[in-house]
Write a protein that binds this ligand. Structure first.
Ligand code: NI
Length: 138
């Protein structure tokens, strides 16, 4: 019988962004994105929750060493996005609107490549306390 356990690690990063669709005129961008379309950008304190599901290793009792998971997230995500202007300073969002939805998918692709496929990976990204997204969706 499988004894799968979910383990979680919470990390934070601060970043600026602007939501904007260059194919639309100013009025449409303003109507759709509101304050998030502010031309001079604005910041969020993003909270990222990384969830891994797997079976505890018989030798360590760990599903995944959370210190190693923390290091992995810091090296690949926090160092890349923390204190950055997502639109201007990152290649990932040069041509991709940095909504929470798009950010979580970008982060997932980066982390998925670094974590053994025997683990299920799920991410939750809080843009504000009340607005958050999950990927994969189920
Ligand atoms: Ni915003």
């Amino acid at each position: 019988m499988s004894e799968k356990v979910a383990v979680y690690r919470r990390e934070n990063f601060n970043a600026a962004h602007r939501l904007h669709n260059p194919a639309w005129d100013e009025a449409t961008n303003d109507r759709v994105f509101g304050k998030c379309n502010n031309p001079n950008y604005h910041g969020h304190n993003y909270e990222l929750i990384v969830k891994l599901i797997g079976e505890p290793d018989p030798a360590t009792g760990y599903v995944y060493d959370l210190k190693l998971l923390s290091d992995l997230v810091k090296e690949n995500i926090i160092d890349r996005f923390d204190h950055k202007n997502l639109n201007e300073d990152t290649v990932e969002f040069k041509n991709l609107n940095p909504t929470a939805e798009n950010i979580v998918v970008v982060i997932y692709k980066i982390l998925r490549a670094k974590i053994d496929s025997k683990y299920d990976l799920k991410l939750r990204l809080y843009e504000t306390e009340r607005n958050f997204v999950e990927y994969p969706a189920n």
